[in-house]
Design a protein around this ligand. Structure first.
Ligand SMILES: [Fe+2]
Ligand SMILES: [Fe+2]
Length: 197
């Protein structure tokens, strides 16, 4: 069976994102891939090649027109709640899972779920989902106040990082009067109880 995460495939994926994404987004994707490997080593996720490729491809549909993102998301097979359908920012995640499955023939549920949920997260994420979710925020391309403390927390206590990240995200969403999805709330509550117990 073809190795979808081989060195050759990695080169192909880098060429692909370079053709499909802005330079800034390419740099981001490379940073997420590198950070995903670091977090995998820290948290005992063994398939470093898969984590790297997932980081490379997680935003593969980010620069598609809104209508294309919507169309791909609708074909992804993932349920799309109204809060996702109304927020263009959230559509590239299910669209990306569809793209990876359909055009790159990555028929690997663990991988596809990590792409699908990298923006929202949810309760009881797989290890790879948590790693890509965190790497998206604390990759070395990111620069915002307190980034260093978030980055450190992702290595010290991944569950606590997830709670802190949700709290920060919700604050921002509430200020903008943007919706919070049930998956995000479920993820927050789940990991909150994890760190309390
Ligand atoms: Fe994204
Ligand atoms: Fe991203």
């Amino acid at each position: 069976m073809e190795n979808l995460y081989s060195a050759t495939k990695k080169e192909d994926y880098i060429k692909l994102i370079s053709a499909r994404l802005s330079q800034k987004r390419v740099n981001h994707s490379l940073s997420v891939a590198d950070m995903a490997v670091k977090l995998s080593k820290r948290w005992g996720y063994d398939d470093l090649d898969k984590a790297y490729c997932c980081g490379l491809l997680h935003d593969i549909c980010k620069n598609e027109p809104d209508t294309v993102q919507l169309s791909m998301a609708e074909q992804s097979g993932y349920e799309l709640v109204p809060e996702v359908l109304s927020e263009v920012k959230l559509l590239h995640a299910p669209a990306g899972a569809f793209y990876c499955k359909t055009f790159l023939k990555i028929d690997d549920t663990e991988f596809l779920d990590a792409v699908r949920w990298h923006t929202e997260g949810h309760a009881a994420m797989s290890k790879l989902e948590k790693i890509i979710f965190a790497a998206d925020t604390v990759g070395l391309d990111r620069d915002f106040p307190d980034i260093e403390s978030y980055r450190k927390l992702a290595f010290d206590d991944l569950n606590r990082f997830i709670v802190e990240y949700y709290a920060w995200t919700f604050f921002d969403l509430l200020k903008k009067q943007s919706p919070i999805t049930a998956s995000q709330l479920g993820g927050y509550n789940y990991y909150l109880y994890k760190i309390r117990n």
